[in-house]
Design a binder for this molecule. Sequence first.
Ligand code: ADP
Ligand code: MG
Length: 345
Amino acid sequence: MRTLHALHGVASLALLNLTVVLLASCSRADNDVATYRLLAMATWVDITLPRDAAEREPELIRSIETELRTFERDYYAWGDGELAALNRALSESQEFDASEGMAAVLGEAQAIARTTGGAFDPGVGALVERWGFNSDEADRGSAARPPNEAEIAELLAATGSIRDLAIDGPRIRAQSGRYTLDLGGIAKGAAVDRILARLRAHGVTPALVNAGGDLGVAGEPAERSWRIGIQAPRSDGMLGAIALRDGEAAFTSGDYERFYDVDGQRMHHILDPRTGLPVNHTQAITVVAANGTLADAAATALFVAGPGEWRSMAEQLGIDAVLRVDASGAIEMTAAMRDRFQPNR
Ligand code: ADP
Ligand code: MG
């Protein structure tokens, strides 16, 4: 999503080659970092690194792109990668031996689905597909015809929850029910974590990985902390900026990136797995968490949770910094978020 922008160290573009762009630094204080940009997972991914990283670790920098390409194929339910193969196996009642990375993400997704009572549940894949939010063209909308009540009831009845999936080491099996697993609510966070872990292992810090506004950091720039802007859901402006510390991630779920209107009502890509309908009480949720995987899934879950439930659900997830914009545009946030939030005036 475009919800957050790294305010730090990013200014103008200079093309280096077809896929990697160096964002030149604007101020003297930023001369120590460079930002690479590539298009992956249907969004711009900006990676900010120490300026000498490409000289020190050319292979590492190149391999990040390969890893992102593999990620966007393997964690997309409707393509020809690992998750698509897993869904085929589940639909044929067969066991599936997942890669270590996939099994880990499924395990985390299952734990978060259980903690949130299914507010976050990648089992919603068949519904996401029927609503037309499984591809970029679909959310442009005019061709989409929303499902009627009977179709939704039918899809809900045929939707298996990831809470009931048998995950035994790498072995994945449906105990009952039908599955179309969609990891769209957590995969970007896992990708950000994986890249940051590799950069950290090579000593390439401070680093910031920003996947279209959803981002994580490793290390901290000298004498300052990371500061990132939070996109306003109904304008091009920013709501404000928040500070991030070493190891943290900030993810936003919003209703303003993938949507279409039907009779003046906004249909968007975050569904309540209990009703099968797009959630209509929230415009945006921003979450700061100890890693991207949790931040990503938690933002989706708290978006679904709604006014009466989001604070207690955040506590259960172990997350203290949350900002919510409700359907009327009113902003509310936790005390821990207030401590690090600087509103735009
Ligand atoms: P973004 O698309 O900006 O990363 P999210 O992280 O909130 O936003 O992910 C939304 C995506 O997650 C949807 O496009 C869909 O693929 C999937 N999804 C929708 N509703 C749910 C849900 N309740 N639980 C888990 N995944 C969901
Ligand atoms: Mg998410």
